[in-house]
Design a protein around this ligand. Structure first.
Ligand code: GLA
Length: 349
């Protein structure tokens, strides 16, 4: 299988209940290495060279399964059944009211108390693809329908990490899947984002109310700190975003749902490392680690600070299930949910 990057498998230790977790390592011919575990579908490591060939891990996470099994801010994980917030955990679907668990103030966040980030996925390797499969029972976290989800991870020799999501359901349900990796292109644990330059191809964003729920309007970014249509140095910009809190913002990158489109890029000037983000999704939640608690220690014992990492979460808009004017997140029996996102690692020219 010349040209294909075939992942190898080893053990990542055991959960408290004894379940053994597997780790899959992709390494391509350019020495880009990506490691993924079948607990939460978590990307544990992304090692990429800089312009001088110096390799660093640019992805926040933990050294062992204990770190991931404990409460943490979704490092590297697949979030679902519905990533992002549902107001009050409530929605009405086909005339029936649902109340999901609330785990973020008054809201339901990232699938609830035990979301897809905290489950064990069946794993198999199919040529160059790691296929993760999870069957979410009818009623899990109070969601309707048995939902069968597959997530396919691949790494190419063009440094593209692609994530393909598919799902089918036995009853109508909301669904919104994403990956919640945190990047710092200076190397994980670097204490700030100052020399990062971001570009997001969005004319509008979804402003939030006091409960962090979209108001329902798509507001123009023009004249606001959310205008990232020209590459913008985060060190200059973050102070003016939400009174210095930074981005935790959904950008409307779509109107193009279904077509894989380059929607964002993140570059680090001193090292030259760069990520281009391509997606079929209409939204990109850019989160600059604003809520990182004090005392989160990650790989190698480094402390992860606030405003020192970026998530570029491709997804539908928060609370879409309660906003008829947002692109729909409802999946019905007989339909197939599809979402593709590609993170392409490269160098600035
Ligand atoms: C998302 C949310 C943030 C935060 C992080 C995880 O990005 O929008 O508010 O919850 O996840 O901490």
């Amino acid at each position: 299988m010349a040209g294909l990057v075939v992942p190898t498998r080893d053990s990542f230790g055991r959960l408290q209940d004894g379940t053994e977790i597997s780790r899959f390592t992709f390494q391509n011919k350019n020495k880009v290495t990506v490691r993924i575990i079948n607990y939460g579908g978590i990307i544990t490591d992304i090692l990429v060279p800089d312009k001088n060939g110096e390799i660093k891990d640019i992805n926040l996470g933990f050294d062992n399964i204990k770190g991931y099994e404990a409460r943490h801010p979704y490092f590297g994980a697949i979030c679902g059944r519905v990533a992002n917030r549902i107001a009050g955990g409530k929605f009405t679907l086909d005339g029936k009211e649902y109340q999901l668990p609330v785990n973020n103030g008054q809201n339901h966040l990232h699938g609830g108390v035990k979301g897809f980030d905290k489950v064990v996925w069946e794993a198999r390797v199919d040529d160059d693809t790691l296929v993760l499969r999870y069957v979410s029972p009818d009623g899990e976290e109070q969601y309707p329908g048995e939902l069968t989800t597959e997530v396919r991870y691949r790494l190419t020799n063009d440094n593209e990490l692609s994530i393909d999501y598919t799902a089918t359901t036995t009853k109508a349900t909301p669904i919104n899947l994403t990956n919640h990796s945190y990047f710092n292109l200076a190397g994980q644990g670097y204490p700030n984002l100052d020399d990062h330059v971001i570009w997001i191809d969005a004319f509008t964003y979804t402003p939030l109310d006091e409960n962090n729920i979209p108001t329902g309007t798509l507001a123009p970014v023009s004249g606001t700190p959310f205008d990232l249509r020209n590459p913008t140095r985060l060190g200059d910009r973050l102070k003016s975003v939400r009174n210095g809190k930074g981005y935790d913002t959904n950008f409307c990158v779509g109107g193009r749902t279904g077509n894989l489109t380059r929607v964002a890029s993140l570059a680090h000037t001193p090292s030259g490392r760069k990520i281009d983000v391509f997606t079929t999704e209409p939204g990109l939640q850019c989160y600059t680690g604003c809520n990182m608690a004090a005392g989160v220690f990650g790989k190698g014992g480094v402390e992860y600070r606030k405003l020192a990492s970026v998530c570029l979460e491709t997804q539908h808009y928060a609370n879409s299930v309660n906003q008829p004017n947002f692109p729909s997140t409802i999946l019905r029996p007989g339909q197939s949910y599809r979402h593709t996102t590609v993170y392409k690692f490269g160098l600035t020219s």
